[in-house]
Design a protein around this ligand. Structure first.
Ligand code: ATP
Ligand code: MG
Length: 138
C-alpha cells in the first residue's frame, strides 16, 4: 500500500475548495490517513521546496505558500502517487486535462490549488517533513 503527501495550497483554502478536493480523493477510493491545517513560515516553505531553490520563481513560490493556511494530508492507496497526480492535473492549469483539480480551480501556474509528491522518495521525505511519528499511522 502506497502513501503520498497532498497539500491544499493557500489559494485552494481561500477558494473554499477544501471539501471538493477531499471529495475527489474519496470518490477515487483514496484513503486519507492523516490531516491538519497549518500556516507555514518562510523558512518551512523554503525547506519544503528546496529542490526549486535555484529556480526564478522560488521566492515568489515560497511567499505564496506562506500567504495563508494550507491543508496537509497523507493519502493512502494502491498507486496513490500517480493517481493523485492524475486527479491534480498538469502544473500549468492551461495544460491540465478536463475534470482535473487544477483545470477546474487553478488561476495561475503558481497558484495551482494542490501539491502532490511525484515519486516514492519525495513522498517519504515530504510526509516526514509535515507529520511526526505520532501523527503517521503505523
Ligand atoms: P507541486 O510540486 O506543487 O505538486 P508540480 O510538481 O506539478 O507541483 P513543480 O515543477 O514541482 O510542479 O513546481 C512546484 C510548484 O512551483 C508548482 O506547483 C507551482 O506552484 C510553482 N511553479 C512551477 N513552475 C512555475 C513557474 N514557471 N512560474 C511560477 N511558479 C511555478
Ligand atoms: Mg513538484
Amino acid at each position: 500500500m502506497e502513501r503520498t503527501l497532498s497539500l491544499i495550497k493557500p489559494d485552494g483554502v481561500k477558494k473554499h475548495v477544501i471539501g471538493e478536493v477531499i471529495r475527489r480523493f474519496e470518490k477515487d477510493g483514496i484513503k486519507i490517513v492523516a490531516m491538519k491545517m497549518i500556516h507555514l513560515t518562510k523558512k518551512q516553505a523554503q525547506g519544503f521546496y528546496a529542490v526549486h531553490k535555484e529556480r526564478p520563481f522560488f521566492n515568489s513560490l515560497t511567499d505564496f505558500m506562506t500567504s495563508g493556511p494550507i491543508v496537509a494530508m497523507i493519502l493512502e492507496g494502491d498507486g496513490v502517487i500517480e493517481r493523485n497526480r492524475k486527479l491534480m492535473g498538469a502544473t500549468n492549469f492551461k495544460e491540465a486535462e478536463e475534470g482535473t483539480i487544477r483545470k477546474d480551480f487553478a488561476t495561475d501556474i503558481e497558484q495551482n490549488v494542490v501539491h502532490g509528491s511525484d515519486a516514492p522518495e519525495t513522498a517519504a521525505f515530504e510526509i516526514n517533513y509535515f507529520f511526526n511519528s505520532f501523527e503517521i499511522p503505523g
